[in-house]
Design a protein around this ligand. Structure first.
Ligand code: SAH
Length: 241
């Protein structure tokens, strides 16, 4: 069944503007057809198209059910801003992997220009990816923040996953398995840019009580690290069943 995001839940749903055009003109939806509408609140609204007009489509609600596409852990990805179109790649894949929120961060060794981080474009990509993969929530893509602003938010999370290229003691696997019995409700993941983290950034995070983890002997590219860590987290914390 086709699904897409709308602004808010209603019964009946009256879609105008872009959502109406998308459904009636682009997807050529017909009266009687069933579609699933989502408004980002974690529910799927199964609806029937009642009428299609020039300027609006009206749908009646058949069933409201909790979206099956949402992980139980709400993950915020603090991704250091990357060069070129790699930010878009990470946002698309992170959305498929189930993140709740994506926050681009200007860490010290970011090599990208601020123009490489087009937030409106990233939001559009997240929306398309969420629709395509059956999410019930639209991940929030926040405006880019400084390292200091990111650090201030960390106390809000039950777990903070910080892969650091110079870490040796604790592996990502041990870190995640240590929390697998009692999966946190919220978690932050912090990934460096092509230039990695500055020593003082790693030290500042450790002062905030965050333990760095290693991903092993090979240094992954930043975009790979973002997706590998999210995949491992979702897998180890039972979200792939
Ligand atoms: N230029 C840096 C590496 C940056 S890799 C250097 O040569 O040291 C980009 C980011 O991916 C890192 O900041 C870290 O968050 C993550 N990462 C990649 N490989 C990793 C590894 N083996 N262990 C821990 N983190 C890793």
């Amino acid at each position: 069944m086709r699904r897409f995001f709308v602004e808010k839940a209603q019964d009946p749903f009256v879609l105008r503007g872009e959502s109406h055009k998308h459904l009636a003109v682009v997807l050529r939806a017909r009266v009687g057809e069933e579609v699933t509408l989502c408004c980002g609140d974690g529910f799927d609204y199964v609806c029937r198209i009642e009428s299609v007009h020039a300027d609006q489509t009206v749908l009646s609600l058949i069933d409201k059910r909790a979206s099956a596409g949402e992980p139980s852990v709400r993950v915020t990805l603090f991704m250091s801003v990357l060069k070129g179109d790699k930010n878009e790649f990470v946002v698309q894949k992170a959305t498929e992997l189930g993140v709740e929120e994506i926050v681009p961060v200007f860490t010290r060794f970011v090599q990208a220009h601020s123009r490489d981080c087009k937030i409106d474009r990233l939001r559009k990509i997240a929306c398309e990816a969420a629709q395509q993969c059956g999410r019930g929530r639209l991940p929030k893509v926040q405006d880019a923040v400084s390292f200091a602003a990111m650090r201030e938010r960390l106390a809000d999370f039950q777990a903070v996953v910080f892969p650091y290229e110079k870490a040796t003691k604790l592996s990502l696997r041990d870190f995640l398995r240590g929390r697998a019995e009692n999966v946190p409700a919220t978690a932050a993941v912090i990934i460096g840019s092509e230039g990695g983290f500055a020593d003082e950034e790693a030290a500042a995070l450790q002062q905030s009580g965050v333990t760095p983890v290693t991903l092993g002997k090979r240094i992954l590219r930043a975009e790979t690290a973002n997706l590998a860590v999210l995949s491992a987290l979702m897998y180890e914390w039972g979200q792939w069943a």
